[in-house]
Design a protein around this ligand. Structure first.
Ligand code: FAD
Length: 332
């Protein structure tokens, strides 16, 4: 493999029923930053049916070029046709870096594609950078149960491929004046490319709470004392236009639903403001929130590790601090 032939940063854009998933836009933004460092361009690849009109949005969010593959067979995600399409694009275009969101679809698709093109895959990354000198992609992810962060490189194969957790990378500032190239890529699908039949799609009835998209999160841990205290946290979150999040301890205790969980086995979030209430700051929790722009920690133990990542630390009892905060905000 002559790795010098491989150029550009490529991002797989996931759409569901025509709706572009936010993680894909985050990755275009990150791809933009990486591409600028190595003097190359960003290509977004979108697969689906009647999806050409999505191209402009991808360019506004930082792509230089959009490749779309439009086929009825791609209307709903199926592993085989999607893996075949991405493999053909990669074999033909030879990208240097290839990024996929670590969603249910991305986690299914990425390993199959990487095996077909004989390159490595670093799954579930929480940070990406370019190594000075070599120009290799530094792919960082939690390892050994989240007790350390491992940085992985793929020096001898291309593309350097990684799946990235939703909510970790900041969005590129949308610019509607950006223009770029849009190109259709044709694939000849055959009956053999479809080895499953979708009989029915059952949508989850429950309204999904997307804490990874909130600007403000008020997160509760075991220190809040009991599940009813989440009402108090919700009140503060409502005052600030945010949502309630949680540590795993309280999710495991059944105090709140799993979709609120932040951390290594929960969601990765990067809000403008993260208020940690009665959370000790275990490494597995920090892995999901330490990139937040501003962190306020409230904990009665001055030695709690959460204070090491906090911008403001309040040593106190949440039963006193939170009502006081709400009162102050209401008085403004
Ligand atoms: P605790 O560690 O019990 O902390 C409670 C804190 O509240 C203490 O610091 C205490 O001083 C404070 N406190 C008590 N009373 C008050 C009060 N009245 N006012 C103010 N402060 C008070 N954890 C996650 O959160 N997310 C994950 O995704 C995750 N994944 C994991 C994956 C693995 C493989 C493993 C092994 C663990 C994982 N954990 C995860 C668990 C993690 O190690 C911790 O056990 C968990 O984060 C602790 O939750 P906590 O901070 O709510 O509780």
């Amino acid at each position: 493999m002559n790795i010098k032939e491989f150029k550009g940063v490529y991002v797989f854009v996931e759409q569901r029923e025509g709706e572009i998933q936010r993680v894909s836009l985050e990755l275009i933004g990150k791809g933009r930053e990486l591409a600028d460092k190595i003097g190359e361009s960003v290509t977004a690849i979108i697969l689906g049916y009647n999806i050409k009109d999505k191209a402009d949005t991808l360019i506004h969010y930082g792509a230089d070029e959009v490749i779309y593959i439009d086929d009825k067979i791609l209307e709903v995600y199926m592993t085989e046709p999607y893996a075949k399409a991405l493999t053909e694009v990669i074999e033909s275009r030879k990208p240097e870096i290839f990024l996929i969101g670590a969603t249910a679809i991305g986690r299914d698709l990425a390993p199959r594609v990487s095996a077909r093109i004989h390159t490595g895959l670093t799954a579930d990354c929480t940070s990406l950078d370019i190594e000075e000198g070599t120009g290799n992609l530094l792919m960082t992810r939690p390892a050994f149960g989240g007790n350390l962060m491992a940085t992985i490189v793929c020096p001898d194969h291309r593309p350097q491929m990684s799946t990235v957790r939703p909510g970790v990378m900041p969005l590129f500032e949308k610019d509607e004046s950006r223009v770029g190239k849009v190109e259709e890529f044709k694939i000849n699908f055959s009956k053999e490319d479809v080895n499953v039949e979708i009989l029915e799609i059952v949508k989850e009835k429950k309204q999904k709470i997307k804490i990874e998209e909130a600007n403000v999160l008020v997160a509760g841990g075991r220190g809040i004392g009991n599940p009813e205290k989440f009402e108090l946290l919700k009140k503060l979150a409502d005052e600030l236009g945010g949502l309630v999040a949680a540590s795993r301890a309280v999710v495991d205790a059944g105090w709140i639903d799993r979709e609120h969980q932040v951390g290594q086995t929960g969601k990765t979030v990067r809000p403008d403001l993260y208020i940690a209430c009665g959370i000790s700051g275990a490494i597995q929790h920090l892995a999901g929130m330490e990139e937040s722009d501003f962190i306020i920690a409230i904990n009665k133990d001055p030695e709690a590790p959460i204070f090491e990542v906090a911008d403001i630390g309040i040593v106190g009892d949440i039963n006193k601090v939170i009502p006081a905060l709400i009162e102050e905000i209401e008085a403004v």
